[in-house]
Design a protein. Structure first.
Length: 383
């Protein structure tokens, strides 16, 4: 193996694809079945759990095999119903791409009742899509754009899936739930298009789909995404190290898995630095010692961010975080826990914990509180 051509098999960020993506076979199978059957689901997990990566990994190969039509709308950058309508319409227009701009524009235009898509070629040769809302802005535009998605799926005669990533963001501007109502109007009558509403704010998504008074009540079933299991991580880590001629000793693998705690981002991030340590030192074997050396570098690189995050917390929040980082618990306000970790009064701890959960620093899973990012937990313990 020529060492000079070797690249770190672990990524530091972005969407994990192909070999960079571990496990999730069951989730992929379930998502594909939901897409095939035109179902609706809301997928939720804390930040950096791999929601976007999973959806891409589940659907893109199906698109390449011509079995599925994928339409994708990232709601993070929407600020009102007009921008959402444009964001929904654009992938619909792009999916109609055919030879010749005029034919393409005609095919795309035919799908909309009110919105008017226009195509132009930019200086770089790329086709630009712009959507003229004419007099159909707001919720009406959203309705037309989603309707066009359905008409496209019908015309193609192939199942389609529409992904709304960071869907909870629309709650920030959709004050009277008019956009939610428009989405409901379209999707409840649409066969042949599956919908995935993904997001990291579980309580906001649950409020959207679980509150009787809200338009989307019970229109999508929950799809919680958990951390990766040891059985998913172990073969993946072994294979990635192995492909680059690096053997990971069982004790080193145990340490890597324990430190990453199944958190997808943290596990991949840590593995990146551990691989670097082995590679730069010319080792073909990763030992426990190398894992801890990699951890030191990983924490050093993240130090500025962790330091800034920690500095934003109040004194009681820091103390509670420190306690949870040292010992996960189901009873954070039990006298023994408060005493053992020298925590302030029960009410102060409850309040601090609530805000730590809301801010995403602490997660509650099956009634147990733990630090969201396990590497941040390690950093906190070392303060
Ligand atoms: N199945 C996986 N296997 C390995 N690494 C993963 C996996 N899923 C996610 N990751 C890692 O986690 C990182 C975050 O993934 P991704 O952006 O898909 O998460 P997300 O939940 O969509 O995050 P956000 O909440 O920020 O949108 C990726 O850069 C990758 O390093
Ligand atoms: Mg994402």
């Amino acid at each position: 193996m020529n060492r000079h051509n070797l690249r770190n098999p672990f990524t530091l960020g972005g969407v994990a694809r192909g070999k960079q993506f571990a496990g999730r076979r069951d989730e992929i199978a379930r998502l594909r079945a939901l897409a095939r059957d035109g179902q609706r689901t809301f997928l939720f997990a804390p930040r950096r759990y791999g929601k976007t990566s999973l959806l891409r990994e589940a659907f893109e190969p199906e698109v390449h095999a011509d079995r599925l039509l994928l339409l994708w709308c990232d709601c993070l950058v929407t600020g009102d119903a007009d921008s959402l309508a444009r964001r929904i319409a654009e992938p619909v227009v792009r999916a109609t791409a055919c030879k010749g701009l005029t034919q393409w524009a005609r095919a795309a235009g035919a799908l909309f009742k009110r919105l008017r898509p226009t195509l132009s070629v930019g200086p770089d040769g790329d086709v630009r899509v712009s959507i003229d809302l004419a007099d159909s802005g707001g919720a009406v535009g959203v309705e037309d754009a989603l309707g066009a998605a359905g008409r496209l799926a019908d015309a193609r005669g192939r199942p389609a899936v529409f992904v709304f990533d960071e869907f909870q963001e629309i709650g920030a501007w959709d004050a009277n739930h008019r956009t939610e109502a428009a989405i409901r109007t379209v999707i409840q009558n649409q066969a042949g298009v599956a919908y995935v509403f993904a997001g990291s704010e579980q309580h906001l998504l649950e409020a959207m789909f679980g509150t009787r008074e809200r338009p989307l009540f019970k229109l999508a079933v929950p799809f919680p995404l958990d951390r990766l299991s040891d059985d998913e991580l172990r073969p993946w880590l072994e294979a990635r190290f192995g492909e680059t001629g690096v053997e990971c000793k069982p004790a080193a693998l145990d340490a890597l898995i324990e430190l990453g705690a199944g958190h997808p981002w943290a596990s991949q991030y840590l593995a990146h630095f551990v691989w670097n340590e082995a590679f730069t030192r010319g080792h073909s074997r990763v030992t426990r010692g190398i894992v801890y050396d990699g951890l030191a570098v990983a924490l050093q690189v993240a130090d500025t961010v962790y330091d800034r995050d920690f500095a934003t917390l109040t004194h009681p929040q820091r103390r509670v975080l420190m306690a949870i980082a040292t010992e996960t618990t189901c009873s954070p306000t039990a006298v023994s826990y408060l005493r053992g970790h020298r925590l302030p009064a029960k009410s102060t701890v409850s309040q601090a914990l609530r805000s730590l959960v809301r801010l995403g620093f602490v997660e509650r899973r099956r009634d147990r509180y733990r630090v969201g990012d396990p590497l941040f937990g390690t950093w906190v313990r070392r303060q």
